[in-house]
Design a protein around this ligand. Structure first.
Ligand SMILES: [Ca+2]
Length: 311
């Protein structure tokens, strides 16, 4: 067997020289200043119009606008026919009669903005019509001996025995400024009479609803101003069983059994107790039947038209 030759030296790998450590990265330099803005260039050519797009869907219906003046008048007439007198100023039966002359007598409700709903009865026939009824006695079904608050507020049913109330009466009279008063009376034998006054007003609560009435005409006589000075009601405050504003040393409201414009006390007491009899505490109108009680009374008012206001 021959001798094994010497092992030769190991040669260098040609890759070894590339395994060196990478050098460190250089620092980033500061950002430079922005350059000066150049001049505005010339305006470009106008572009072509695009093609028309497809038709959109139909929108929802908008909210209805406010009615015009003519529509409000038509609405008022429609409400008149339903028995509701709509007015921002307290239109009453005289205003209603002028606006809707075809309407006959009946119950209506006045929608008085700021005051509320006021039930009334309108007499559209008597003496030219347009009368607002604020008191009625016809069958004794309603007790009229009420306290102050109820006389202010009103009570009864506007198609029967009824008292409108001093607060509403005062407010409604204020709207018209000038008013006339008409009083219808009937006795138990079926006879009728009336008293009319060309000037009528009722003051506010501070005045205790002082009555102002003058200018009599009619068939029943003037029991308000001519039945004896101690019994006249013109310029007199309202009194009730719980409030004495009368001119007597006693208390007419408790002696009489009803609220009224008592002097010392009355010969024109239409709020007296209902029923036959001969006493001043009954429903009386002295210049017609003295102290014999009456079967029916109705107190109404209407706006007084000056001659130039007549239609
Ligand atoms: Ca008194």
């Amino acid at each position: 067997m021959g001798f094994k030759g010497d092992k030769g030296e190991r040669g260098y790998s040609c890759l070894e020289g590339k395994i060196g450590k990478a050098g460190s990265k250089a620092d980033k330099g500061n950002r430079g200043f922005s350059g000066v803005t150049g001049p505005v260039g010339p305006k470009g050519d106008k572009g072509h119009n695009g093609e028309r797009g497809p038709k959109g869907q139909k929108g929802e219906r908008g909210i209805q606008g406010s009615p015009g003046v003519m529509q409000i008048e038509q609405l008022q007439i429609q409400l008149d026919n339903l028995g509701v007198i709509l007015s921002s100023q307290g239109c009453d039966c005289s205003c209603l009669h002028k606006r809707s002359p075809h309407l006959s007598s009946g119950s209506f409700t006045i929608a008085f903005v700021g005051i509320g709903f006021i039930p009334v009865y309108c007499d559209m026939e008597t003496d030219g019509g347009g009368w607002t009824v604020f008191q009625r006695r016809k069958d004794g079904s309603v007790d009229f001996n009420r306290g102050w608050n109820e006389c202010e507020r009103g009570f009864g049913n506007n198609s029967g025995d009824y008292w409108l109330g001093l607060t509403s009466l005062h407010q409604l009279l204020l709207v018209n400024r000038a008013n006339e008063l008409r009083i219808e009376l009937k006795d138990y034998s079926g006879n009728s009479a009336y008293a009319k006054y060309s000037s009528f007003n009722v003051g506010n609560s501070n005045s205790k609803y002082t009555l102002s009435v003058s200018g009599y005409s009619g068939t029943a006589g003037d029991s308000i101003a001519a039945s004896g000075a101690a019994y006249n009601a013109n310029g007199i405050k309202f009194s009730t069983k719980d409030q004495d504003n009368d001119k007597w040393s006693g208390h007419c409201g408790t002696s009489s059994g009803g609220g009224w414009w008592f002097n010392v006390c009355s010969r024109n007491f239409l709020n007296g107790s209902y029923g036959r009899g001969t006493r001043w505490t009954r429903i009386t109108w002295y210049t017609w039947k003295e102290y014999s009680s009456l079967a029916f009374s109705e107190m109404t008012y209407r706006k007084k038209h000056e001659p130039h206001e007549r239609d």
